[in-house]
Write a protein that binds this ligand. Structure first.
Ligand code: NAG
Ligand code: NAG
Length: 368
C-alpha cells in the first residue's frame, strides 16, 4: 500500500513539473516540508504548518472505493549517537532491521531459559535479551544467547533500577525507545512465551503497532458493537458501544516511526508519574482514546494479531484444546499470560505442539 501511495505522490509531482518548473520546485519544497515536519514535528513548526496547509491541494480523491488513508508511516532517520554500544550489537543481531527483544532479571531465569530454548529450536537468530542485572548477563553468555547489558547510567535517563516485574515493565518503554531511534523494528516479547514458528514470517509490518490481544474470540479480539440497554429511555433505550479487549503489552511489534516513539514516550511518562498505574492499561488508553476537549490523542495505526497464531493461554485452555479443528492448527507463539503456573503450562505447550503429545494439555484446569 505504501508503494502505491508513494507512486501517487510521484505522479502528482510529475504532473506539476510538466506544467512549470517553478510549480515543480514549490511542490517539491512542500513535499520536503511534509516529510521534515513528520520527522521533526517539534523542531520545525513553520515547515509543518506549511506542509499541513498545502496538503489539501496535493491530494485529489480518486473514484468511489479507491481511496485509502495512510497507515504505514515512514520510519525515522536512524541516530547512532543515541547509544553506540547498543547500535553495534544490533548491527550484528538484527535481520532486515528487526529483532525480538526481551527484558529479564534474575527473578525470571527459569522462564527465560525455556523462552530462548524454544526460540533456538525454531531457528530464530535475530533475538536479544536485555539483561537488567549481572547474573542474567552471565547466564546468557554461558548459554550463547545474544545479550545487551542495560546500564542505567549510560542511556538518556536513570529513572529506573532493577526490581519486580512492574518496574521492569515501566522501564521497557524507555529502553525500547533507543532501539527505535537506532532505526530498528522491535518485536517486544515477555519471557512467558513459547515460540513454535518464526513470528517474522507472520507479521504484516503495515502499522505503527501490531499487537497480540487479550481477546479470546473474534469479537473480543477484533472489536464488536456492545449494545447498552437503558429501558427508562423508552424509544432510545439502546445505546451502541464499541468494545475491544486490550492489546497485550507483553508481545507487540513496533516500527520505528514518529507515532510509535510518541506512544512509548507517553506511556513511559505516565508510568513515571502515576504511582499505581498498570503498564498494559496505560499502553491501551494511549493507543485507543481519541482526541477530545482537553486531550490530544495519539494517532498511531494499529493491527490486532491473529488470535490462533499469536495465542494467549485463555484461547488455548478455554477454546483450542476442546476443539478438534483448532487443536490441529499450529500457532506461532503461545503466551502464558492468563495463568500463574507459567512454567508447568509452558512445558505442556511444548509437549503438545513440539513433541506431539496429544493429552499434554488435559490435566490443567481452565483457570489458575
Ligand atoms: C472468526 O473469524 C474467522 C475469520 O474471519 C472465521 O473464519 C471464523 O469462522 C470465525 N470464528 C467464529 C467462531 O465466528
Ligand atoms: C476441555 O478439555 C479439558 C481437558 O480435556 C476438560 O477437562 C474440560 O472439561 C473441557 N471443557 C469443556 C467445556 O469441554
Amino acid at each position: 500500500m505504501a508503494g502505491s501511495r508513494e507512486g501517487q505522490l510521484m505522479r502528482v509531482v510529475g504532473q506539476h513539473s510538466r506544467g512549470s518548473r517553478i510549480a515543480a520546485a514549490v511542490v517539491v519544497a512542500v513535499l520536503t516540508g511534509c516529510a521534515l515536519a513528520f520527522l521533526y514535528p517539534d523542531g520545525l513548526s513553520q515547515v509543518q504548518f506549511a506542509g499541513q496547509g498545502n496538503a489539501k491541494a496535493l491530494y485529489k480523491a480518486g473514484p468511489f472505493g479507491t481511496v485509502k488513508g495512510l497507515r504505514k508511516n515512514p520510519v525515522v532517520i536512524s541516530d547512532e549517537s543515541v547509544n553506540p554500544r547498543l547500535g553495534k550489537i544490533l548491527q550484528q543481531v538484527a535481520i532486515n532491521n528487526e529483532l525480538i527483544v526481551a527484558l529479564a532479571n534474575s527473578n525470571m531465569q527459569g522462564m527465560l531459559e525455556l523462552w530462548f530454548t524454544s526460540i533456538k529450536k525454531v531457528g530464530i537468530k535475530n533475538y536479544l535479551v536485555v539483561a537488567l542485572d549481572d547474573n542474567i548477563e552471565r547466564f546468557c553468555k554461558e548459554k550463547d544467547v545474544p545479550v545487551y547489558r542495560w546500564d542505567p547510567d549510560e542511556g538518556t535517563d536513570s529513572a529506573a533500577k532493577t526490581g519486580g516485574s512492574h518496574q521492569v515493565s515501566a522501564l521497557k518503554f524507555r529502553i525500547l525507545r533507543e532501539f527505535l531511534q537506532l532505526g530498528y523494528s522491535v518485536l517486544l516479547s515477555d519471557v512467558d512465551i513459547v515460540y513454535i514458528q518464526n513470528p517474522f514470517d507472520h507479521i504484516y509490518r503495515d502499522c505503527d503497532v501490531e499487537s497480540m490481544t487479550d481477546g479470546h474470540s473474534n469479537e473480543t479480539a477484533y472489536g464488536y458493537n456492545d449494545v447498552f440497554d437503558e429501558p427508562a429511555m423508552g424509544w432510545s433505550r439502546f445505546a451502541h458501544t464499541m468494545r475491544i479487549w486490550v492489546y497485550n503489552s507483553g508481545f507487540f511489534y513496533i516500527r520505528p516511526t514518529v507515532p510509535a516513539i510518541e506512544l512509548l514516550d507517553r506511556v513511559a511518562d505516565r508510568l513515571s508519574k502515576e504511582a499505581n498505574a498498570w503498564d498494559q492499561e496505560v499502553f491501551n488508553e494511549e493507543l485507543f482514546f481519541p482526541s477530545h476537549p482537553g486531550y490530544e490523542g495519539l494517532h498511531a495505526s494499529k493491527r490486532t494479531m491473529d488470535i490462533y497464531l499469536f495465542m494467549n493461554s485463555k484461547v488455548l485452555f478455554k477454546t483450542v484444546r476442546n476443539d478438534s479443528y483448532l487443536k490441529k492448527l499450529k500457532p506461532v507463539i503461545v503466551h502464558l499470560n492468563y495463568h500463574t503456573n507459567k512454567y508447568e503450562r509452558a512445558k505442556a505447550v511444548i509437549e503438545f505442539y513440539v513433541n506431539g503429545k496429544q493429552d499434554a494439555l488435559d490435566r490443567f484446569p481452565l483457570g489458575s
